[in-house]
Design a protein around this ligand. Structure first.
Ligand SMILES: *Cc1c(COP(=O)(O)O)cnc(C)c1O
Length: 386
């Protein structure tokens, strides 16, 4: 009998740590999900029913807003919120250059122009100091994105909006449950937009989104706009869209919402462990949480100083050892081919460009174990030192 020595540097299959494991989450919920699916199969009520209405109430309550309207995706939530805020073709909408493309495509879908503003390096969110110089007579909305799970600096942004008479819309697709100075994100601006894309902290089993507002008039209008502008059946008061959240997704989201606070607690615990293990690594910066904020870590994003090449080397080292990682986002919006026509050159938004070159997101989901986090940290420190 021969014994084969384990070779160094050959990844051990069991040691893999994925970026995200949705199957682990489903396994913990399977019987609850099956029960609500069975009830829906019996009812055969799929669109605009009791589940959707209940989810709207539960989420509005959870986030401290008065009302909510379910829609078909986070992108539609942004587009409908912008439309309800009065944005139309030819307008300018201010938003950060470092975000997921959907923040801008919702603006473009209405024929409006994204006006891109640089970010604060610590939170990756729009820099309030840089907003006002970009406001024109055509500016009809400001979008603040709460990126990666941390709130944008809302008070000065809301102050600008109020003083200039411009509505502020929160893109809260990544930060459900995050706190800014005692308030939950998504409930501070004129509208707050949520995404239930499966990988978000509250993910559906398909697409979905929601708009939060404190205005009864606005929520009634949004409920018409998502359903062909109809007030009563076959009577449309204004032109609308087909953008409804279906009952299957609403029922699943109601089950998951009950677990969300515990998942957020777990994510925060994981982030603390990562922080302790990674804080002192040379050339690595761990994410910060401002004193008056609560981060919900939709992703755990470090910065690799020294730029994209060093980051690529580190990412390859991790991948060879079965450790997942992702770059959210490698290209800021002004350098995306789709937005070349905006005419913003490289170098004009330096903090967004630097972020795109330095960010690296590590595995983060509630079911991660302490051992897995230790393994990620150990592999990362090898990569950094080599
Ligand atoms: C996911 C996301 C969206 C879009 O949500 P969808 O549900 O995928 O349409 C918008 N903005 C940000 C910041 C996101 O992360």
């Amino acid at each position: 009998m021969t014994t084969q020595a384990r070779q160094p540097n050959v990844p051990h299959v069991g040691a893999a740590v994925p970026m995200l494991d949705l199957r682990a989450q489903h396994a913990s919920l399977a019987s609850e999900i099956r029960a609500v699916m069975d009830a829906l199969l019996d009812s055969q009520h799929w669109i605009l029913g009791a589940e959707g209405t209940a989810l709207e109430q539960e989420l509005a309550h959870f986030l401290g807003a008065r009302f909510a309207a379910g829609v078909a995706s986070g992108t539609d939530a942004l587009m409908l919120a912008l439309y309800a805020a009065g944005v139309s073709a030819g307008d300018d909408v201010v938003l950060p250059a470092f975000t997921f493309i959907a923040t801008a495509s919702a603006v473009s879908a209405l024929g409006a122009r994204p006006v891109l503003v640089d970010i604060e390096p610590e939170t990756f969110a729009i820099d309030p100091q840089r907003i006002e110089s970009r406001i024109t007579p055509k500016t009809t909305a400001i979008i603040a994105v709460h990126l990666f799970g941390h709130a944008a600096e809302m008070d000065p942004i809301l102050e600008i909006g109020k003083r200039r008479g411009i509505p502020v819309i929160e893109d809260n697709a990544q930060s459900i449950g995050a706190v800014y100075r005692g308030r939950k994100t998504g409930a501070m601006g004129a509208f707050g937009c949520l995404s239930f894309y499966p990988t978000k902290n509250l993910g559906a089993y398909g697409d979905g989104g929601m708009i939060l507002t404190n205005s009864e008039e606005d929520v009634e209008r949004l409920r018409r706009l998502r359903n062909h502008g109809q007030e009563d059946r076959y009577s449309s008061r204004e032109r609308g869209w087909n953008s409804r959240l279906d009952e299957v997704q609403a029922a699943i989201l109601r089950v998951k919402l009950r677990h969300l606070p515990a998942w957020t607690t777990a994510r925060r615990r994981h982030a603390k462990q990562y922080g302790e293990l990674l804080r002192d690594l040379p050339g690595i910066r761990v994410p910060i949480e401002r004193g008056d904020c609560e981060h919900v870590y939709s992703v755990y994003t470090i910065r690799v100083e020294g730029g994209a090449q060093r980051r690529e080397k580190i990412q390859r080292h991790l991948a060879a050892r079965g450790i997942g990682s992702m770059i959210y986002y490698p290209i800021p919006l002004h350098l995306q081919p789709a937005y070349r026509a905006l005419g913003v050159a490289r170098g004009e938004l330096p903090d967004s460009e630097r972020a795109a070159d330095e960010v690296l997101s590590l595995p983060m989901f509630a079911e991660l174990t302490e051992d897995q986090i230790a393994r990620v940290a150990e592999t990362l420190s090898e990569a950094v030192r080599q």
